[in-house]
Design a protein. Structure first.
Length: 82
């Protein structure tokens, strides 16, 4: 995972795509699945979005929900999201 520089992002506006393991704008950052799990969220998911100059931000292309059941371990949830 890398944060792209503004020059690269500006050179390819609305053409760089990111897949993030949460339903943005909730749970931004590297540990989104763990953060949702520890928060006690009932739903998490995956967001496909265009990259802009903010981290885990930008126009959303697609989102898919993943239910978090009480019996799920963090490891199981990570596999399910991925």
């Amino acid at each position: 995972m890398r944060i792209l520089g503004p020059d690269l992002i500006r050179a390819f506006p609305q053409r760089i795509v990111n897949i993030h393991p949460a339903l943005l704008p909730a749970f931004k950052g590297m540990h989104a699945i763990r953060d949702a799990y520890e928060y006690g969220a009932r739903v998490t998911g995956v967001t496909v979005h265009f990259v802009d100059e903010e981290v885990d931000h930008g126009a959303i292309i697609l989102q898919k929900e993943v239910e978090i059941k009480r019996r799920y371990s963090l490891e199981y949830l990570e596999k399910k999201v991925h």
